[in-house]
Design a protein around this ligand. Structure first.
Ligand code: AMP
Ligand code: ZN
Length: 515
């Protein structure tokens, strides 16, 4: 299948081919864990998830890394070398204030002075949200104690970021500024500005990109950006050849992408549109400066922003929603099923602004209901003995139309169009149709299931032996066990979500002393 993606770097839709097929190496800029993630953040993360799932559907083996930024992200991060306050420090103050006022949502943080505790709290919250929204990588995080797929920036300062900064100094791409901080010398890298379209002259004269006034005197060029900030009083600090301090935000992703994907050149790098400049521009300069390669990522893919009722989300305007707000019903007048929020966030084209509206959410709810009802209907009508008899053929033309639309720069709207016109057709063989539907849902991820189960909880190979209802009951039992495990881990939101899934499948669920 010919796959084509828009590449921010070349401003064109280009044929996509992995460097080492079937492997695809992909890095996604992940969350900053100083607060609950909002629905705009999750538009970017669900985009990355859908991209991965589509690549997997087309036979790729995707090595995905999504970082967790727990240090170095400044409140003025639209300025190349940051500025203002570390977001973690700002969070500590906010949490202290909230605790004074007795706010329940931060009760679990008993020491707001401890940035690691804050990071852990919001990382757990992020993973819980991502699991509810069926983001695959969150399930891998649970099984991976070393967090190699979702690395924490603070775990990679000494072993990866500092050596990379040393390398950049050695190669004359970085220098120690007048204030003792280490800066990247943008004039040493001729391609600086290629991704965002900014030129060094525009940056010098302040025509594009804001520059930090505080550090101007310490740097060779106003566009030079921070790699290391010596600051022994900082909330999080590490020893380094340039004094105790902390890394710049951009070096985090560069160092972790290279270390954890084990590659100088990767296939795809994603983020929201605000990441293009300065963050990704700086990442390219750092990686290519250190490796000497012409490319860091072959494809740069960026999600346009999510708006709410046509406007930029903002706490001041009262149209700012976290995932939790939406699921609890704060954006509408009733709680929202996580699959409906997932569908709402994935259904628009990633290169257009998404507009989150009450009406849109209602439409998404009917779409998800329709997909689920159809799955249920096909499941009930299916003759599972056919699995044993062989002869199942899932080469349905709808799959070609569905995948073909996605291959065209992830045209989710086109793929959904193909799915819905197929849903309305009569299906002669329910089992076959069910498999086709489940195959499409491997990308969409809205059918009720246990964790990341690929087949609607149906073990098609074993079904013949078990007989018709057997597979379904086993699936229900697995979900009950998952509820017990979530409750034992005090993860009540997850337990509740799985309970709702079971109810959605038509079961009555009650919890006794034994689980
Ligand atoms: P942050 O936690 O602020 O580092 O953001 C995490 C990711 O969410 C980044 O890739 C951002 O580009 C992305 N992002 C932030 N706001 C929005 C939004 N309103 N719509 C889409 N993506 C966003
Ligand atoms: Zn990043």
């Amino acid at each position: 299948m010919d796959i084509r993606f828009y590449n921010t770097l070349t401003h064109r839709v280009e044929p996509f081919a992995a460097l080492n097929p079937p492997d695809v190496y992909m890095y996604n800029c992940g969350p900053t864990v100083y607060d609950f993630a909002h629905i705009g953040n999750f538009r970017a993360f669900i985009f990355a998830d859908v991209l991965r799932r589509f690549l997997e559907l087309t036979g790729h083996n995707v090595h995905q890394v999504m970082n967790i930024t727990d240090v170095g992200h400044m409140t003025e991060d639209d300025v190349a070398d940051g500025g203002g306050q570390d977001k973690m420090e700002a969070a500590a103050q906010r949490i202290k204030e909230a605790k004074k006022q007795g706010a329940a949502h931060v009760a679990a943080i008993d020491n707001p002075e401890d940035p690691y505790q804050i990071a852990r709290f919001y990382t757990d919250a992020f993973i819980a949200d991502a699991r509810l929204l069926n983001v695959k990588i969150a399930f891998e995080y649970d099984r991976d104690p070393a967090a190699t797929r979702m690395p924490h920036a603070t775990d990679h300062v000494t072993n990866h970021m500092i050596p990379m900064i040393e390398k950049l100094i050695e190669k004359n791409h970085a220098y120690i500024g007048g204030d003792g901080a280490v800066y990247y010398d943008v004039e040493s890298f001729p391609d600086y500005g290629k991704l965002s379209g900014n030129t060094l002259v525009q940056l010098r004269t302040g025509q594009s990109g804001r520059v930090s006034v505080e550090t101007m005197a310490a740097k060779r060029h106003p566009g030079d950006f921070l790699l290391w900030k010596p600051d022994p009083k900082h909330i999080m600090k590490w020893p380094s050849p340039w004094g105790e301090g902390y890394p710049g935000w951009h070096i985090e992703c560069t160092a972790m992408a290279r270390a954890l994907l084990g590659r100088d050149v990767i296939d795809i790098h994603t983020g929201g549109e605000d990441n293009i400049f300065p963050h990704h521009e700086c990442e390219i300069a750092q990686t290519c400066g250190a490796t000497g390669q012409a490319h860091f990522a072959r494809f740069w893919m960026h999600t346009r922003f999510l708006l709410v009722e046509g406007e930029k989300m903002s706490k001041r305007k009262g149209n700012f929603f976290t995932v939790r707000d939406v699921l609890e019903g704060k954006a509408t007048d009733r709680p929202v099923d996580p699959a409906v929020l997932r569908y709402e966030l994935l259904r628009g084209h990633y290169r257009s602004n998404a507009n989150f509206t009450k009406k849109g959410l209602e439409d998404s709810a009917s779409a998800v209901r329709r997909i689920r009802e159809k799955a249920r209907e096909l499941f009930d009508a299916a003759n599972f003995d056919e699995v044993d008899e062989g002869g199942l053929n899932i080469a349905d033309p709808v799959l070609e139309a569905f995948a073909g639309a996605l291959a065209d720069d992830l045209n989710v709207g086109g793929a959904l169009g193909a799915l819905f016109s197929w849903l309305n057709q009569p299906h002669e063989n329910p089992l076959q149709a069910l498999i086709v539907l489940v195959t499409m849902d491997r990308v969409l991820g809205v059918l009720p299931r246990g964790v990341e189960d690929e087949n609607f909880g149906i073990d098609f190979a074993a079904l013949g032996a078990k007989g018709a209802g057997g597979g379904e009951d086993d699936h229900a039992l697995e979900l009950c066990q998952a509820i017990d495990a979530a409750r034992a881990a005090k993860n009540f939101a997850e337990a509740d979500a799985i309970r709702k899934l079971l109810i959605g499948l038509g079961y009555d669920v009650s919890t006794g002393k034994e689980g």
